[in-house]
Write a protein that binds this ligand. Structure first.
Ligand SMILES: Cc1cc2nc3c(=O)[nH]c(=O)nc-3n(C[C@H](O)[C@H](O)[C@H](O)COP(=O)(O)OP(=O)(O)OC[C@H]3O[C@@H](n4cnc5c(N)ncnc54)[C@H](O)[C@@H]3O)c2cc1C
Length: 384
């Protein structure tokens, strides 16, 4: 079978999986505000059966070994439904590939097999966009580290088994002044002094949980350092870059679904004896949505090919994140307008998509932070 046929088959499989195992539960989980364990575990089991669990990680560690191209198409399909459901079909963070020695048996391989779930814990109450403002810190005590601090808004579908926690482990002198050394640690839920509890509830992707993490003198052996001491941000950066492309892809999938609902409504809802789509003010919203979705899909495709040949920059990823998330928000908002009052009624899914879409401009770095990254890439070469 040709590679393109194989990819088409794979995408058909994911599409059917989303349609049969996820979309039918969307309204219920939005109303309940949580995903009933049975539904989550069924999605998890089915994704293993289909070979989709950990499909993003290399075959040599038991993953699906899919490249960036197929992964972007899979993320696009998953984007059509709620993150609260699709995240049960886990794609563990690629950061775990930095595991070495015993860490592979303790964290990487169980995550690939679906025996353990991880969290990515960077954000703190006083340090969101300003990552370097983090107060979480770890100090040496003999060969061990003692971790203190807290994190919030750290998200996942269910209570995790461990968290990848970023903390300051000292300060370096640089030409731009002192800079915190950030190190990534693998911290087990249940470790003495570590409290992980469910945090505040988000109105986007209801049922997708956020957690608060508190560390009170948590003793960690040196084997709990992920990657190299002081190189946590480089590690996080690798993951955040591709993460922003996956956000772009999910935005395209969701935008396609919203546009299709809005188009249906515009073709069937009649006012003044005509379908409302026949009024230019409505029809042009659909046209603009179609143009911008096409452009967003092409941006994702372009970034994927840059990532494949190793030339994707931080600014490339930031452009995709801003453009796709704002494209999605414009389409979601226009869809509410096309639906009129019905767009805001709980009986209709449009208000849910509108709420869900809003998060995409915030997590994985806000639109403002992405623009800051792009501006820096334009001005820095000029010394400004
Ligand atoms: C549902 C959800 C899930 C999340 N999951 C995770 C997770 O798993 N792991 C994790 O570590 N984090 C996670 N986050 C955190 C997310 O990445 C942060 O919310 C985001 O980076 C913004 O930080 P903040 O909320 O503290 O906003 P702030 O940094 O306080 O920003 C508030 C506003 O100020 C603007 N602003 C801040 N600084 C600047 C500047 N220099 N220039 C211009 N504007 C600026 C921002 O753009 C924003 O508009 C999650 C958040 C949510 C809501």
């Amino acid at each position: 079978m040709e590679a393109s046929q194989e990819i088409n088959l794979l995408i058909d499989t994911v599409r059917r999986f989303v349609e049969t195992e996820m979309i039918p539960h969307e309204d219920e989980i939005d109303r309940l505000g949580h995903v009933p364990e049975e539904i989550g575990r069924t999605i998890e089991a089915k994704s293993k059966e289909l070979g989709l669990y950990a499909c993003n990680l290399p075959e040599e560690v038991g993953g699906g070994g899919l490249g960036y191209g197929p992964m972007s198409l899979i993320e696009r399909e998953y984007g059509k439904t709620s993150h609260a459901l699709q995240s049960w079909a886990a794609r563990p963070t690629e950061l775990l590939m930095a595991c070495e020695g015993d860490q592979r048996e303790q964290y990487l391989l169980p995550a690939v097999r679906g025996e353990k779930r991880e969290l990515f814990a960077l954000t703190e109450p006083d340090a969101g966009s300003d990552v370097m403002g983090m107060k979480s810190n770890a100090r040496r005590d003999g060969d061990d580290w003692i971790l203190n601090g807290s994190k919030h808004f750290v998200s996942g579908p269910c209570m995790p088994d461990f968290a990848i926690v970023f903390a300051a482990t000292g300060e370096d002198e640089t030409p731009r002044g002192p800079r915190k050394r950030i190190t990534a640690f693998l911290v087990d839920v249940g470790a003495s002094g570590f409290v992980c509890r469910q945090g505040t509830r988000c109105v986007s992707y209801r049922g997708y949980n956020t957690y608060e993490l508190h560390f009170d003198n948590v003793r960690l052996s040196s084997e709990k350092v992920l990657g190299e001491e002081g190189h946590g941000l480089e590690l996080a950066g690798k993951w955040l870059g591709m993460g922003r492309i996956w956000v772009g892809a999910t935005c395209c999938g969701k935008a396609e679904r919203i546009l299709s609902m809005a188009t249906d409504w515009a073709a069937n809802r009649k006012q003044f004896g005509k379908p409302i789509g026949a009024f230019q003010a409505t029809g042009f919203r659909l046209a603009d949505g179609a143009i911008n979705l096409r452009a967003a899909d092409l941006m994702v495709k372009d970034a994927v090919s840059r990532a494949e040949n190793g030339s994707m920059s931080d600014a490339d990823a930031a452009m995709v994140k801003v453009f796709c998330s704002e494209m999605l928000n414009n389409i979601a908002d226009d869809a509410v307008q096309i639906f009129g009052g019905m767009g805001l009624m709980e009986e209709m899914p449009i208000q849910r998509f509108w709420r869900d879409s809003r998060l995409e401009r915030i997590w994985d770095g806000t639109s403002e932070i992405q623009r800051h990254i792009i501006t820096r890439s334009i001005l820095r070469p000029l010394g400004a």
